[in-house]
Every structure is written in structure tokens, then in C-alpha cells.
Design a protein around this ligand. Sequence first.
Ligand code: ADP
Ligand code: MG
Length: 341
Amino acid sequence: MALFKMFSNDVAIDLGTANTLIWMKNKGIVLNEPTIVAFDRTTKNIIAIGHEANEMLGRTHKEIQIIRPLRDGAIADFEITEGMLRAFIRKVTMSWQPARRVVVCVPSGITEVEKRAVRDSCEHAGAKEVHLIAEPMASAIGVGLNVHDPVGNMIVDIGGGTTEIAVIALSGIVADESIRVAGDEMTNAITQYFRRQHNILIGDRTSETIKCSVGSAFPLEEEIEIEVKGRDLVSGIPKMINVTSVEIREALSEAVNEMIDAVMKLLERTPPELSADIFERGIVLTGGGALLKGLDERLRKETSLPVHVADEPLTAVVRGTGKVLENLSDYSSVLLKSSRY
Ligand code: ADP
Ligand code: MG
């Protein structure tokens, strides 16, 4: 028994639409890879996951299909998701001793069927005990908020597929909004912008790089100009053009506005006592989308509230889920209750 404890393989998982992170008890973050799977179209066997599958993007032949199984915050393909989750867990645990206890964080709007799929995947990977926690709750814990307090906190988590906004107090989610506008939508908006305004086709990876390097939601102190390479839609040959951060901001504006509207909508629905708390304490931004330049400033201007970007927003959720795993008895009240079969 003592030996078993020493080699405890308990894990906490942030199953994100863009990235999957795993926290191992007493060790911290042991895995951080894109939520991507490459599989054989005919046999459905998984060929590669994570970084390895990501490297294959755009370079496969017709027998191999690459998907992001969680694209819209929900589980698009159960079988593939299960295989991926199992492979990720196996990667960080010792084969002779599977993860016994698993805490997984799931989008707050997830259905019972989807919850069961996540639970089953973990059990098939050898877990004896599976706990689920809502994503905004995990990020709140991850950024160090005391979620048990009778005080309202607002968390905005901008991931790849969804933006999850929640007001948390007394270990529960008081009100929340979830929209399917987040990082992916912003990346797509950039691709569309180049197609429409410049007749040039650019790849998803290029759009994402542009978003992360020059994308913004508020005028920059110094606007940036960059060179973008793609394929001319008319002539079909490679082409290069110069664009500025002002244009990219314009391309992103619709998606940014939708995220801001969702925050506004939740503020309107927040009970007054909690509104007063949020007025004092402000809003915390987490998830990769929180890194968009000027998003905090823009939200500050629109809401007149204090807005903070979490330290290391990309790992907030897994750090919170990890904290729950390490102190399960203190956090039992934040776990999702779900019916078992
Ligand atoms: P998920 O929880 O859905 O897996 P993440 O929290 O890991 O998502 O965030 C991934 C998203 O964050 C991606 O859409 C990525 O493009 C975006 N992102 C990462 N860094 C930046 C950045 N510097 N600026 C804007 N977006 C970013
Ligand atoms: Mg996330």
C-alpha cells in the first residue's frame, strides 16, 4: 500500500478544444499538447496524437485524417476522443500502474451524454475514480481565487472553441454564458479577411501566427506592419503583401465584439450583491485568448471595471484542476454531480 501511494499516478486533466494539459499529483504539469488526432481513415486506428499529429497537419495523404475532436467545446467524435484521452493518460502514467483517480475539467455547458463519454474514456484508461469539474470553476481556482468565499468573482476563459464566462461564489457557478466564439473564430476571421480584402489564400497556421503576433482588440501604442505570404486566388501563384495591425484588428473586430457582448450580457444577469463584488474585484481573463493584445484594455473601456489577465493564462485551468486533485476533500463541493448510468 505504501509503495502504491509513493507511485501514485493520480492525474488532473484539462481537456481543451485547442490544448490538452495533464497535471500529475505531486509533480505538476507533465503534458501540454495540442488536442489533435491523426488516424487511419479505414481502420480508425490512431496513428499520432498531440504534437506529433500537429506536425502532420497539411502534409498527409488521403488515408490519414487529422481532426481536432473537441472543436466546439463539445465532443465531436466520441471514439476518437476516447482513444486520444487514453493515449495521453498512458503517456504520462506507468503502464503497470494506471491513473487511479482522475479529475477532468469539462466545458460548463456540456451535456450528460458528453459527461458520460469523458468519464468512460478515463475509466477505459484504467481510472477507478473519475471526478468532473466545470472549466470556469477550474480556472478560478487556478488563478488563486477563493471560490468558497461568499464573494462574487467573474472569470472569462477564452479557449480555442468556446469563451466561457462565469460568476462564481460559495463554491458554485451562479450564472454563466458560453459562446462558440473564441480563438478559432478569430483565426478564421483573419483567413476570411485576406480572402475578401486581398484575394489571397493563407493557411490556418499562418492566420494563427498573425493573430498571436499582431492581432489586437485595442489600438496599439505602436502599430505594426508585417509581410504575409499566401496564394493569389486569381492567378494561383504565390504572393506576398504588407498589412498592418490596424487591418488585423478590423478583421478580428466582429469576434471580439461578440465576446464583449457576452460579458455584458452576463453582467446584466448577475444578481446585484455579486455585481457589487465584481465592481470591486473586477474580471479575470484566462485561456489562450486572454493573450490577445489589448483585450484587457478594451474590456476595461467597455465595462469600466478592473480587468486582469491571469499569469500564464494557458495553464490556469490545469493548475486549478490539479489543486482540486491534490486537495480533493477541500474541493468536493466544486465537483460536478452527474448521474451514473
Ligand atoms: P482550449 O482551452 O480550448 O484548449 P487554450 O486556452 O489552450 O484553449 O487557448 C488556445 C487558443 O488561444 C488558441 O486559439 C490560440 O490561437 C490562442 N492564443 C494563444 N496565444 C495567443 C496570443 N498570444 N494571442 C491571441 N491568441 C492566442
Ligand atoms: Mg481551456
